[in-house]
Design a protein around this ligand. Structure first.
Ligand code: F6R
Length: 610
């Protein structure tokens, strides 16, 4: 969740690092800092609590000329978000500087030991202990010292370290937290995220667990913590830097909502052909296992868990096997029965969510075949899985997920169909019906955007003073209700709940009144009539009703104050279209309430701690 960027090469490091931080700001944003070493070996450090702007103001005209440096944006885990706790952190000698993302689990013990040996630690962070451990181990070679220090560390980390006397040299290491190296001619980069360096290079090396990277302007040597050399391939990333920028929209979230038709097209690429059949080459190696599984467990958190609910319903429908979703934080400590005949599907856009990775690891240890569904190439989850399906949605910068939700749903439904076909439990007609709908989905998403984008602002204005919202759906539309409520609460800070519509009368209906509207996902489905009865119950309590309905539904306007129209589609993927007006509604509610849309309070894009 913190952002890391380092540079070594012939150019001015300061502006490159600040620009890198700007692209990483979404990863962690309660403070920011930079360290630079100039030609004379003099170390310059500046760090500031608050947004990146505070740091850039403090730097003003003072940034020294330097060809090497590192920079960080922080999301606090140990110690308050203040100037002192901001990274970089240094050792007693002032020679060594460290930035870090993650948590050092044995930091109390390390810190007590360091203090007992006479080190003076000035911040409340776990990171500072690392700088002093490197200092203790330093005998003239920074990479050796970092490796020795890391052998004493337990926890999850991505770090970058520099020594002011070793100019041109940055040493990075990763354990359970992402870190990449970028190469370009006579310069090298190291960063927590590809987006931080894409403006300079698309030649990326994804570090793996336990890697230590000795980075110099002209190359990188990767070893493990014992110093044994590891070969890591260089990957050419085809995301242009512009893809990671706002592209003319006011916020990343709005841009990403509008990117959904493209993201869906990419997610379908290679998976639903002109023949309107589903193809998932990624699971080929697992075919014998998939024929013998008896149960399916999906593990995910937040938005990904709602997408997983759609996937579970499709898996049950087309494989006839029991399939259920458990959120990662529950799965880890109360795991379901797991064995070699239990397929586990881990769904995580970042691929780095600790609450999802730990249970997946547990399932792997118990012999379960694992399939990962993620947006992030090179992420930790990909190393846990026997097969990986990438969302192919492109980078998502806004903290609130949008295009990754719709591509998760789509990818999971395709996977469900592929397994159903393989096992002979999904018919030819069923596959073709789904294939046709998937094929049409990107255009349908565009229509849903065109219909709702111009109206969403007005809709939000009409409801902006509501006390709270109740989102309801039934069957296939229930996950969209959950996701719609989550979107609204996380970015506009208005209370919202998602419920199966039939549950209203069992308690939550008491919340409904003129100040608590009902948002009903009433797209055409097998439970449409039942849902309408539930909407009537809400109206009888004076609740205003916003309905998301299928184009051509001539009844719905009788029951709703406002209707958001979406095109007709296959019921299994209806949440892809239903969520679009709800994302737009949440976005404009946030704008109307003046909140920080892309970086809502208390949240981070990638939650790499438990
Ligand atoms: C909400 C949101 C979160 C994430 C959750 C899991 O908009 O983005 O609820 O869905 O933290 O993240 P990933 O998918 O990266 O595992």
């Amino acid at each position: 969740m913190c952002g890391i960027v380092g540079y070594t090469g012939p150019r001015e490091a300061g502006p490159i690092l600040i620009e890198g931080l700007r692209r990483l700001e979404y990863r962690g944003y309660d403070s920011a800092g930079i360290a630079l070493v100039d030609e004379e070996g003099v170390l310059f450090v500046e760090k500031k609590a608050g947004k990146l702007g505070n740091l850039t103001t403090a730097l003003a005209e003072r940034t020294p000329h330097a060809a090497m440096g590192l920079a960080h944006t922080r999301w606090a885990t140990h110690g308050r978000p203040n100037d002192l706790n901001a990274h970089p952190h240094g050792d007693c000698t002032g020679d060594i500087t460290v930035i870090h993302n993650g948590i050092i689990e044995n930091f109390r013990e390390l810190r007590d030991g360091l203090e007992a040996r006479g080190h003076r630690l000035v911040s409340e962070t776990d990171t500072e202990a690392l700088a002093h451990l490197v200092e203790e181990a330093y005998e003239g070679d920074l990479a050796d010292a970092v490796r020795a220090a890391l052998r004493r560390v337990e926890g999850a980390y991505a770090i970058v370290v520099m020594h002011r006397a070793e100019r041109g040299r940055l040493v990075g290491a990763r354990q359970d937290v992402p870190l990449v190296v970028g190469r370009n001619g006579e310069e090298s980069f190291i960063a927590s995220d590809v987006a931080a360096v894409l403006a300079h290079t698309n030649r990326i090396i994804f570090l793996e667990e336990g890697d230590v990277a000795d980075v110099r302007p002209t190359g990188v040597l990767i070893t493990d913590v014992e110093g044994v050399v590891r070969e890591r391939p260089e990957t050419l990333i085809d995301w242009s830097p512009e893809v990671a920028e706002k592209g003319g929209y006011e916020h990343f979230m709005l841009k990403e909502i509008h990117e959904q038709p493209t993201a869906l097209r990419q997610a379908l690429a290679g998976r639903v052909g002109r023949d309107e059949r589903v193809h998932v080459p990624e699971i080929e190696a697992l075919l014998p296992v998939l024929r013998t599984i008896t149960r399916i467990e999906l593990v995910a958190c937040g938005t990904a868990s709602y997408a997983a609910q759609v996937g579970a319903a499709a898996l049950e429908a087309w494989t006839g096997l029991p399939a259920r979703v458990t959120v990662g934080s529950e799965f880890r400590y109360s795991p379901p029965p797991l064995d070699a005949r239990t397929l586990v599907i881990a769904v995580t856009q970042s691929g780095e969510t600790a609450d999802t990775i730990a249970p997946t690891r547990l399932a792997r240890e118990r012999g379960c075949p694992i399939i990962a569904v993620t947006n992030t190439v090179g992420s930790a989850i990909t190393r846990e899985a026997a097969a990986v399906l990438f969302l192919q949605a492109g980078p998502e910068i806004a903290v609130a997920a949008s295009k990754t939700f719709v591509t998760q749903v789509t990818t999971l439904v395709i996977l469900a169909a592929a397994i159903g076909r393989l096992r002979g439990s999904m018919s030819d007609e069923q596959e073709l019906e789904l294939g046709r709908a998937l094929h049409a989905l990107p255009d349908a998403a565009q229509r849903a955007l065109d219909a709702n984008a111009p109206r969403a602002e007005g809709l939000a204005r009409r409801y902006v003073n509501s006390r709270g919202f109740m989102f309801v759906g039934r069957g296939a539309t229930y996950p969209a209700a959950l996701e719609g409520a989550l979107k609204l609460k996380e970015i506009s800070y208005v209370h919202a709940e998602g419920y199966p519509a039939g549950e209203l009368k069992h308690g939550p209906i008491s919340l409904l009144d003129a100040d608590c509207p009902l948002v009903a996902i009433a797209t055409r489905s097998s439970t449409y009539d039942k849902l309408i009865s539930n909407v009537m119950e809400g109206r009888a309590r004076d609740a205003r009703v916003i309905a998301v309905a299928t184009e051509g539904d001539t009844h719905i306007e009788r029951y709703a104050d406002d209707v958001a129209w979406v095109p007709e589609t296959h019921e299994a993927i209806s949440s892809v279209l239903a969520i679009i007006p709800l994302q737009l509604f949440a976005y404009h509610m946030a704008i109307a309430r003046g909140t920080d849309v892309d970086q809502p309070r208390n949240l981070a894009k990638s939650v790499t701690v438990e």
